[in-house]
Design a binder for this molecule. Sequence first.
Ligand SMILES: [Zn+2]
Length: 259
Amino acid sequence: MKVACGLLNAVALGLALIALPQQGVAADVPAGDEAAQLRGIINNIMDDNAAFVKSHKPDYYRPFADDQHPRATVVTCADSRVHMHALDKTPDGDLFVVRNIGNQIGTAEGSVEYGVRQLHTPLLIIIGHVACDAIKLARGNYSKESAPIKRELDTIKLPARNSKADEDEEWLRGVDANVNNQVALALKKFSAEIGDGKLTVIGAVYDFRNVMHQGQGRLNIININGSTDSGSIMSGLMKMTGAGMKLDKKQAEKKPLEH
Ligand SMILES: [Zn+2]
């Protein structure tokens, strides 16, 4: 398990202040016993971090210990099923990640801007995902949600519902539309950087259910600098990755995605 450093710091601090229960208690404690459950979770975090510390020597941190030069700014959903190891084996120092519900630029504009304009990442990638609860909520009546949650859902703009269409297809259509909207916002906000050839914006959908039929766990690119047709995406990827592009042949031969 990997957790954000802020959380670990908080956990470490918390453990320094309270008497630490014995380590190594499994997280699968009986339901309903919240204290035991929490103890299990925290112990798992501490155990995983201890293993991480043990297996990562000082050399590992050397490239990014003093400063950061990430290769991409990533805007993705806070969903627990979406993590960076799906697209980067060693994301430490590589990815400047901004997360919120619905992978939005509008609700985290300063953070996104920091990645692009202060850290000068040449790539901004916006990653939505299948089965996104934020999109599901935004598609329905969310008036009973709290004000802060409502505020973050209000900025998700979705196409009108087609009541005759399959519900799961409509959900995915909403995910795609939101990613494309976020790319459009980025193109507008960072038009100067894009015009100067310093920034490329990619929109993608991470599919951990294989509902897009491109392979379970696939990061499906659906938008490059505003182009959404599969031909432009393929040629754009070819151009960017050159002869050594990593897309497998089977994926390239698939029929265009249906959105
Ligand atoms: Zn989500």
